[in-house]
Design a binder for this molecule. Sequence first.
Ligand code: GP9
Ligand code: MN
Length: 623
Amino acid sequence: MFRNSRAGIFLPVIATFLLWVKTYIVYLTCFHFKPANIIQGIILLINPIGFLMLLFGACLFFKTVKSQFRFIILSSLFLSVILYANIVFYRFFNDFITIPILFQTSNFGELGDSVFAEIKWWDIIFFADTLMLLLFSKKSLLFESISPLRTIIHRRLYFSIACIVLFLNLIFSELVRPQLLTRTFDRKLLVKNLGTYNYQLYDLILQSKSSAQKAFADGTKLIDTQNYIRANYAPPNKEFFGLAKGRNLILVSLESTQDFVIHSKMNGKEITPFLNQFMKESYYFSNLYHQTGQGKTSDAEFLVENSLYPLNRGAVFFTHSSNTYHSLAKSLQDHGYYTAAMHANNKSFWNRNIMYKAIGYQKFFSSTSYTITTDNSVGWGLKDIPFFEQSIDIIKKLSKPFYVKMITLTNHHPFRLNVEDRLIEEYDSNDSVVNRYFTTVRYEDEAIKKFIQKLKDEKLYDKSIIVLYGDHHGISENHQAAMSQYFEKEITPYDTFNLQKIPLIIHIPGITDHGRGITFSKVVGQIDIRPTLLHLMGINTRNDVQFGHDLLSPSYKQHVIFRDGRFVTDQYLWTANRCYLRKTGTEVDVRRCKPFIGEESRVFMYSDKIIYGDLLRFYKARK
Ligand code: GP9
Ligand code: MN
């Protein structure tokens, strides 16, 4: 039936066109993608084209129409199966397939039925284009033989167009969502921007990379790390150990909350009036630095839960979500706690729905557990006040003692707030982002005030330990001018470094209140939160694989390292290859910082090895 001639670019063009149209219809009707603006609309429209053209274009190197058709039909079938699998998965999970999910075979039993129920007979329509290609192949006599020269010209033209479309797609995506690939945000964002096929390829690359590193790891690799950790162990302070034993732990991640807003005023008004009072009744760490990388909120969660460093690129929540971890949640669960995470955002953001299983939360209350309307949302979603209000109703029903980790959202870039929620006026610089930041922080402060009151009303307050921490900076270095205006001084690298301070407030009713609060000014990091809390809760961490140290320990060494190698000690601060006196900001000879340089690479080497090799799966507690 096939003539021994090439079909030319006509065949891959037709195949691309059919699958492109189908994919776009699926985007709109099955994944319910709604582009928010013209650029997003263009990205959504074009994102399948580059990949499809390149893949189907491979048929141009086949010698006969028969083999070209065979390749095209098999590829089309393969991609249609991937697309359809995602459609079915999406119907049930509202999410996209990742390769680690395919390996989570233990879930298949329970999920099998539910997923099967999502398959409809009329889904055959999703294979219509492949069927058309099949029918078409029977009519392939229509194709004329094309001269080799024309073939080469067509081929070059074809691949140039494919590359241009792919390139435009990436450029537009980078404009709309900077660092899309390195930060690997939400899967929905990845699919919306990269397209479903490029996304699947990207996921495959991530997976093979981490699988290779994991495959070559063995238990002996953990021994030197354990020795290092043991040698640097900071034993708990007897005065504080067990002060919050048996209490519920309520841990709140404060979105983009920097420490500079604490005890500060903007146009004469306090920015955090409630927190300013609350910390007097708490243990407050005034020199605590965030240590997050590109994974931002999720990196902060990772640091707090595991006391391991996040990775220097990408979000460990995405890249190593199938690892074994010995988290705060798991330790508490071993001591009889019910553990849950609460965050009114899409569950797959930062891959939380997958990573939270590895961390060991027994339940994740995500956006679907909350009533979210246009009236109670702003910016990224549910406003903090209704978030806490609705969360209380969930929390009071949890079995006790419990550990809940809550993540606020309103104080997120670009810091939008409805007029009625503005408790202070905006700042008056030329930078609207900085101007709004103060108002959203003020709103967040109000939300916490109301939350604490609710805990009291529900009689949960006295039996709990309440911990608040800022996740990372909110105002980046791109806003230096407005920040100089606010601080009435030029912002130097030393100041930028210190703007990475975030608040940490540990409130233990009956212990830290009634004038017994303490402000600690030692230099500490987010990595230290896990051991500190476990010791306060009377749980020993002597055998744990963790890089942080109990902040309340008398042998705590003040040396905080940032993921990019900057560091700060009690005396010195190292940034932009310059050494400063920490307290005054006076620049000093780099030799003063030299003795500390290098420690960070050793620590990162140990910490990264654990993550890349998934070494905690070999962990055995040493007596
Ligand atoms: C989204 C929230 C914000 O769920 O955690 O993430 P961020 O952009 O701050 O990392
Ligand atoms: Mn954040």
